[in-house]
Design a protein around this ligand. Structure first.
Ligand code: ATP
Length: 254
């Protein structure tokens, strides 16, 4: 299995705070990898460094052999990296379909504007729309395609965000706390969906998640951070009884 994403000694500082301190880990192609750790461990910062939303003070991040250091955040989608956010980043006044089509924006030249604004459809635009509908079908939300996101249930909006990330056909999908705020049943369904993405679409997933049972149930590999540093990593079976992990989480709800 090849290495798809590699972080080597990545350090990120915010003023006097060292949010990541020489963190290293590898995400292998075709795996579900989880980034865990107590509050403030540096998980979101690691995601933001991969997404190029924060610039590391030192270290190296490579994706598919390509150094990401000089890349603009907007270029990542074109390289095959998509992400979802902890707090949903959807346009409430736009329809579900429009929100999903935004995810494919980088692929077409004028596709997005013509599709969303209703200009005459080109072949590219029709393909974009067909792909967006296919994603809505996949997530069983096609019935709300033309509803504004505003007012839709949280579980539905989480699916819209996933559909939007996937419409770009990424190789690597970054999921920031995908299970947060979901009901027990929704969490189970989400786990099934993510495993199907790995198994049926050969997708690689990296998720930040606090829901331990969910993480241990779906991950091939787990990387634990604490105080901005690597703590332990391994398969869920290897980490289940890790004393370091137990100690790091001692006194925190998991
Ligand atoms: N923009 C920022 N400015 C200053 N400090 C920051 C900033 N972002 C994060 N930090 C600090 O960096 C450290 C790591 O934060 P980060 O949000 O990455 O942790 P986390 O593991 O994602 O936590 P949580 O599970 O609570 O989301 C914390 O001490 C946090 O206060």
């Amino acid at each position: 299995m090849t290495d798809l994403l590699t972080l080597e000694d990545v350090t990120v500082r915010f003023g006097g705070v060292t949010a990541l301190d020489a963190v290293s880990f590898v995400v292998r192609e075709g795996q579900v990898c989880a980034l865990i750790g107590p509050n403030g461990a540096g998980k979101t910062t690691a995601f933001n460094a991969i997404s190029r939303l924060v610039k590391p003070a030192s270290g190296r991040i490579t994706f598919a052999g390509e150094y990401l250091g000089h890349r603009d955040p907007a270029a990542l989608s074109g390289l095959g990296v998509a992400r979802t956010f902890q707090n949903l980043a959807l346009w409430p006044g736009m329809t579900v379909l429009e929100n999903v089509m935004v995810g494919r924006h980088h692929r077409g030249r004028v596709g997005f504007a013509s599709s969303v604004l209703g200009w005459p459809a080109r072949r590219e635009d029709r393909e974009l729309q067909a792909r967006a509908y296919a994603m809505l079908d996949y997530f069983e939300i096609a019935d709300v395609a033309h509803r504004e996101c505003k007012g839709l249930p949280f579980g539905t909006l989480k699916r819209v965000e996933l559909a939007r990330a996937l419409v770009a056909e990424p190789r690597l999908l970054l999921l920031d706390e995908p299970a947060s705020g979901l009901t027990h049943g929704d969490v189970r369904e989400l786990g099934d969906v993510l495993l199907r993405l790995r198994d049926e679409q050969d997708m690689t997933l990296l998720l930040v998640e606090h829901h331990m049972q969910f993480v241990m149930g779906i991950s091939d590999y787990v990387v634990a951070l604490d105080f901005g540093r690597n703590l332990v990593s391994g398969t869920p079976a290897e980490l289940r009884d890790s004393p370091e992990l137990v100690e790091a989480y001692l006194g925190t709800a998991v």
